[in-house]
Structures are given as C-alpha cells and as structure tokens.
Design a protein around this ligand. Structure first.
Ligand SMILES: [Zn+2]
Length: 277
C-alpha cells in the first residue's frame, strides 16, 4: 500500500529546479531501476498483465504496483484458464486463494516497535469479528507464524512512499508468508497511529489471502493522476467477486493507495470476504 507524498516532490523540484526539470530526474530514476532487471523478466511481468513502471527487484522477487510482490513462482506459474475481462471498479481476488478451510492463520511480528505489534492484534480482531472460515491468531512467542510481519526502512520516491507490501497466496493454497512494514518516519511519523498501522496491515493481509486492489483497473481512483494505471488481469487472476458493486467503491480496504488514516472493511468488502472465506 502506498501514500502520495506530494510535499516531498515539491521540495525536490525546488532543490533541483536550477539543474534539471523534476520530470526528467524521475524518468531517469525509473530507467535506472529497470536496468537491474532483465528484459525477459520485464516481458514476463508485462505479459502477466502487471505494469513494469517503477518495478523493483527485492530479495523475495519483484515489487510492482507499489506494494505487490511477485515471486518467481508467480512469474512461472501457468495461467489457469480463461482470464476475465473486467471493466469496472469492484472487489477482485487472485486465482489462488487460501484452501483447507476452516483454517487458523498464525501471525508473528519480528523486530518492530510495540505499536506495530498492537496494530497486528487490532487487525486480527477486525478479521475475526467477521466470522469467516479463516481466523487469525498470534503465533506462540518466539516462533514464526504463517504470516510474519517484518520492518524495512525506506524514504519517499517518485512522489509516493511505500507503507507496506505483501504477496499473493501460493499455488498450494497457503497465504503469502510475509508482510513488510515501513519504519521510516516519512511513512507514519515518529509516533505511528495504531489504527492507521492496523489499516495498512489489514490491507496487506488482504493480499496475502488473495485480494487484488479494488481499483486495480485504474489506480488513479485512490492514488491520484500520478498513480494512474491498469494493473491488468495477469496470471494471478482478477476474478470478480459476485455481489460486489460495479461502480467505484470509495471506502474499500483494498484500494491501492491509503487515505492516510483509519480504513477498515466496508459492506462490499464484507460480502467479498464472506464469498471467498
Ligand atoms: Zn496493496
């Protein structure tokens, strides 16, 4: 999940205006990032329907669309059947979801300040209050859960800051096993708000269990014009969840960009979660 950082761009423009136009320096950065990634990988990501704009290589795979990690498995997985063509802004899931229901998913927190751990507990109670066939609980102290929440420290880039990231379920029906949360003070301030953190973790858990962005067809809906772009159906799938609306859904927990505060499940999200789980 991302948040716009227009102030930092404005500041950068001010600093750079005598030397370069801001647009040029951003373009150069994007090109530089891409040179680390082979043309064949870029082609693969594109052919799966994801934008390669601002794609980044990480130790676990490739980060696309701000907060979605595509693993090597995602890149090599064969497409399972027909891709659905979807024209509106709705609730979507990936082809793979968590199986072996009912199921308890354990969550651990590694090397993060207490407020992140408290936020995980808030996320857990929000999901568990829905009475789904998946429930969440904290892993035993000192053990790594099915999903491990870890930190990273990264400042703003290109007008956006990454608040957190996660991947999609595996082909064997397990949730994605890691959520990364940004500890940089530009992300949540020096004294992070519990409900803001919980909302982002709730969103990243949504990816781990198979939710795509509600506005994946046009991220400008939540990210503004500079974040515009269609994430595409891809081989991880973008399957419309019956019973969710065909009009833009302004308060969904799975919008690509954060509103900078507390955002939990809206009624359509609850329909979608109940349909899958
Ligand atoms: Zn996301």
């Amino acid at each position: 999940m991302k948040r716009t950082k227009f102030l930092s761009v404005a500041a950068a423009c001010l600093l750079l205006s005598s030397l370069y136009s801001c647009k040029n320096s951003n373009t150069e950065n994007a090109v530089e990032n891409k040179t680390d990634i082979s043309t064949s990988t870029l082609e693969k990501v594109k052919s799966l329907g994801f934008s390669t704009e601002n794609i980044r290589k990480t130790s676990e795979g490739y980060l696309v669309e701000g907060d979605i990690l595509l693993t090597e498995e995602n890149l090599t997985e064969a497409s399972s059947g027909a891709k659905l063509s979807i024209a509106e802004t709705e609730q979507y899931r990936t082809t793979n979801v968590v199986t072996s229901l009912p199921r308890v998913i354990t969550v651990s927190v590694t090397n993060l300040p207490q407020v992140y751990s408290d936020a995980v507990n808030t996320m857990i109670s929000r999901y568990n209050s829905l009475g789904l066939r998946i429930t969440f609980q904290r892993a035993n102290a000192g053990t790594t859960g099915n999903i491990n929440v870890v930190g990273f420290n990264e400042g703003p880039s290109g007008g956006f800051i990454t608040l957190g990231s996660a991947g999609f379920p595996t082909s064997s029906g397990n949730p994605y096993n890691q959520i990364r949360m940004n500890t940089n003070s530009a992300a949540y301030g020096s004294n992070p708000n519990l409900l803001y953190l919980a909302s982002v973790i709730q969103h990243e858990v949504g990816h781990c269990i198979g939710f795509r962005h509600t506005d994946y067809m046009n991220r400008a809906f939540s990210c503004g014009a500079s974040g515009a772009g269609n994430e595409g159906a891809s081989n991880v799938g973008a399957v419309l969840i019956p019973g969710t609306p065909s009009s833009p859904d302004a308060a969904s927990f799975m919008l690509a960009c954060s509103n900078g505060g507390n955002r939990t499940f809206n009624s359509n999200d609850v329909v979608a979660l109940n349909y899958i789980y």
